[in-house]
Design a protein around this ligand. Structure first.
Ligand SMILES: Cc1ncc(COP(=O)(O)O)c(C=O)c1O
Length: 383
């Protein structure tokens, strides 16, 4: 069978390799995916039902419903330092689709995207699908378990074939958050070199201090080559809806709209109507969700810190504990063994790039009691 080499050679998901061994088993505590156990808030579901009943079942605008684009622009303007107009917003069928649209727009055969890592593997895969090279630059691990960005090393990784720099902050898996000063330095470098900045801010509201993490949208000028990817999945517990968006320079929108036509031809109309309600009325839900994540985070970090083989820092953003296990050489094999022995599902660190080997990722966006039970089960193997 003849297919493109890069597609045949794409690695299967290492997280999927673990979850395939226990998916659907009611005895398993599944902390492997980046997903909450909370269903989508009822008022959002009711809005989708109402939109269906009102007959919003037809093809719609490729860039998204104008009312939804306006609602997203208003939301971003309220959250960040600079106004964002609806003409810069494109609705996508998930954050992942937004990332794929970005890769399709920017990356050709032999181009590279410089990516701050460890990183959720799908962005690297999107670059690979396009025939490009995902060039991972690792954060430095700090004493005590935190992470630091070495800007000089990041800049040194850029060459003549670099089309852009990708930053996911707050980070999946590390919880690292980029500072306003680091964002300013990235803008200065990218402007000088004519590079794109691609910011994945899907966890921007999942922070344990401020209302939102520092954003590239706080500092952008109209002429910047900046694309910011976001999603309804995490903040509003809408993972299964497959809805996201991106904010881009307005003169890029017609190009992106062409790609939407040839990928999905637009996002489901009735879901977009409900997304307007989510973003407009969802603030109390986000506040309670983040408070619940914070409680579960504290259970996870206290529990893990007490294990002799574990080194872990308290993440300030996103909803993952990314912890090092002393003496663990193969995180994929160990995650499978943990699942077999304890029925707790974790993601292997090697799924997030070679620098993730030696680590495991635990998603704590769940009932804090359940997270506590999971730690109790894991403790004997981590001591
Ligand atoms: C860093 C990051 N970006 C993007 C996404 C995409 O989310 P979705 O495709 O559900 O919108 C995820 C999901 O896990 C993620 O962790």
């Amino acid at each position: 069978m003849h297919i493109r080499d890069v597609i045949r050679d794409l690695p299967a998901s290492r997280i999927g390799e673990v979850s395939a061994l226990g998916f659907g088993d009611p005895a398993v505590i599944p902390l492997w995916y980046g997903e909450s156990d909370l269903p989508t808030p009822g008022f959002v579901g009711a809005a989708a039902t109402a939109a269906l009943q009102a007959g919003h079942t037809f093809y719609t605008y490729k860039a998204g419903l104008p009312e939804l684009r306006t609602a997203i622009a208003d939301y971003l303007t309220g959250l960040h330092g600079r106004p964002v107009g609806a003409e810069r917003i494109l609705v996508s069928s998930s954050g992942m689709t937004a990332l794929m649209l970005v890769a399709q727009t920017l990356i050709g055969e032999g181009d590279n995207l410089v990516i701050v890592a460890p990183v959720w593997p799908n962005i690297a895969a999107a670059v690979t699908v396009m025939g490009g090279e995902p060039r991972l630059v690792s954060l430095d691990r700090q004493p005590g378990g935190g992470w630091r960005l070495d800007l000089e090393r990041l800049f040194a990784a850029c060459d003549a074939r670099t089309r852009g720099i990708f930053v996911n902050s707050p980070s999946n898996p590390t919880g690292w958050i980029i500072s306003a000063e680091e964002i300013a330095a990235l803008f200065a470098f990218a402007r000088r070199r004519g590079l794109w900045l691609v910011a994945d801010e899907v966890y921007s509201r999942i922070v344990y201090g401020n209302r939102a993490a520092p954003s590239f949208l706080d500092q952008t000028e109209p002429e910047d080559r900046l694309i910011v990817v976001n999603s309804f999945s995490k903040n509003w517990a809408m993972t299964g809806w497959r809805l996201g968006w991106l904010a881009a320079p307005s003169d890029l929108l017609p190009q992106l709209e062409k790609l939407v036509e040839f990928n999905t031809s637009g996002s489901p109309t009735f879901l977009q109507h409900a997304a307007i309600v989510a973003i407009r009325d969802g603030e109390p839900f986000i506040a309670s969700f983040v408070a619940r994540c914070r409680a579960a985070r504290d259970v996870a970090i206290e529990g893990l810190s007490g294990c002799r083989r574990v080194e872990v820092a308290r993440p300030e953003g996103a909803f993952y504990a990314f912890f090092r296990v002393d003496g663990m050489a193969d995180s994929l094999a160990f995650a499978k063994e943990l699942l077999r022995q304890t029925k707790v599902g974790l993601a292997p660190g090697s799924a997030f790039g070679p620098m993730g080997e030696g680590f495991l990722r635990l998603c704590f966006a769940r009932d804090p009691h359940q997270v506590g039970d999971a730690i109790d089960r894991l403790r004997p193997l981590l001591n």
